[in-house]
Design a protein around this ligand. Sequence first.
Ligand code: ADP
Ligand code: MG
Length: 717
Amino acid sequence: MNILTQDIKYLKGVGPKRAKLLADELKVHTLQDLLYTFPYKYIDRSEILHIRDLQENMPYVQIKGQIISFALEGVGRKRRLTAIFTDGTGYVDIVWFAGLKYIQNTYKTGVTYLLLGKPTIFNQRFSFSHPEIDKAEDNASVQRKMGFQPIYSIPEKMRKAGFTSRAMTQLMYNAFETLGVRQASTALPDEQQLNYGVLERHETLPQYIISKYLLRPLHETLIAAHFPRNAEDLPSAIHRLKFEELFYLQLDILRYMKNRRLKSHGLPFRHVGTNFMQFYNEHLPFELTGAQKRVIKEIRHDTFSGTQMNRLLQGDVGSGKTMVALMSCLIALDNDFQACIMAPTEILAEQHLATLRQQLGDMPVRVELLTGIVKGKKRREVLSGIADGSIQILVGTHALIEPTVKFHNLGLVVIDEQHRFGVKQRAMLWQKNVKPPHILVMTATPIPRTLAMTVYGDLDVSVIDELPPGRKPVKTIHYYQDARQKLYDGIRYQLQLGRQAYIVYPLIQESEKIDLQNLEEGYEDICSYFPEYSVGKVHGKMPPAEKDEQMQAFIRKETQILVSTTVIEVGVNVPNASVMAIWDAQRFGLAQLHQLRGRVGRGAEQSYCILVTKPELSEDTRRRIQIMTESNDGFEIAEEDLKLRGPGDLEGTQQSGMPFDLKVANIVKDSALMQQARTAAENVLELDPDETLPQNRILWKQLSLLKDDSKNYSAIS
Ligand code: ADP
Ligand code: MG
């Protein structure tokens, strides 16, 4: 029986109630889960600040002084206990909202305490809510014992139940004790000699990898990660944990990739024929950019190679991905296969259909649309046309992957703006032919290559890093809400030049809770402000037919202003639109703002994007707005976005098929380490292709444990 898999409720200090909290809030079910719940930071308990040196936005700090008075304030649920605390250089307030009786009985005035907490400013004074308080003289031993104090991230529900970071720390002690980890007595009392107990028998990496990559053994690592003895003890422990996570992640991805390559032979595209050549020579409306040419070559190479193509095409908004899609479809047609293009919204699907038909002109290629709103007779016609092969290119939404859609001979699937599509949906596409069709995923949300490999598994990556000639970068300007007059005047000026404008709102209807400019109100406002122009309106809650009508009216220039929510975010192409105003821009993320902005700047005219915000902005928002006004480069913006939001928020990460959650490593920040882990994993697969070497047994076992675990979790939550 492996003690590490023992139910957490049997650990000293846990019990059924806490066990439930641990399981629900932190997914901790076993002793092992607990040990892998790492602190998110550590506090050097040897550092003590003076109150006069406190500043706004400081992290946890430690101060040393005395409580001079207590006061009970408020009634009922607002009841709280406050205290004034001083160290001789200034005063701070302490506030408690719960456990008041215990606090009053425990802490006394006139005793010297060490206080640990995060200072916030309240009524122009620093205040600490529920800080940790120890008697100062006790601290010497505390300090020697841990030096650095771990701080665990504790979810709200646990904190409310009095389950603090400190309680967590105590559980960690208990856990290590249970495992027989002890300090062995040595001659010098300060020299910590640890006895690792049974932990030593639970290594999760083969010895040869530990030695080769100079990693610390697991038992040392785990203890150091929770209770580093000093500042030097920590980095090597974190390094080992990160390496291990990334290594197993890469091992899983690479193994999956290898198996897929072995198993799947791609549909053979053998030549470029009349469809492609005729289009290229007679119908191409412009010279392809160098980047477009290169990507088409890469796609040709993939589809001719005999294996299945699985390619991610990254290209900034407006870089001309649609043309690459169309020409790839023509190669499929030349080889007697059908092709389909899948878009995330009805509007975009219809727009693709219109673009394709227009660009193909009189070429004998049958292109049809299939979305949720294609119904009745038309739908039956389309379905049978797909089944008998008379429809050669099918454009649509996710309606394309429904089981009722049966292709005659599907050879290529293009997925546009992939961040709306998960790996599962992609996998469904594979089943649309006996052999899986070639897949081209197109996105305007660029991510670094190592990240792409990780998040999207095994896609090869192509990049269009060049915009069609003659594009003027969109000028982006920041206005506050009260500049409405100026904003409308600017828009009117553009309309007078014959251009069109988008005005984007984050919400459809006013919500009581969040005070936002809403679309309906804005629409009224704009109609009365621009009586001489026609104003259209689209939002996601409209019946699709109406939405479509509104879009088409704007495309046909029957309306000059389009008021909308973010439904126009993706792909919509109206080159005559030269202004976009985005209300409450603070509500949008960088990637989304960049996508939205990409709707203008598609013609030869100078275009403008006006970000309208409320006056009070957080630091993050200010930074976002600043990046937008300074940069038009999708890659740069994506990188900043990752920095600001972290990869956890990367759209689609949840459904991206990560085999297990990363607890320590960060796929963006640790990309160098990821590369190393990838090499290590590659070596394993190369030297042990049949997975039979005894020294690697531990690897396969650990990998399946990791994946098993994450399955259990998703089943529970
Ligand atoms: P995205 O990559 O955002 O999907 P689109 O494919 O919608 O971009 O292309 C944006 C606009 O640029 C379209 O109007 C398209 O016709 C035009 N375009 C694409 N490639 C070229 C090119 N090589 N030269 C000139 N215009 C181009
Ligand atoms: Mg597009």
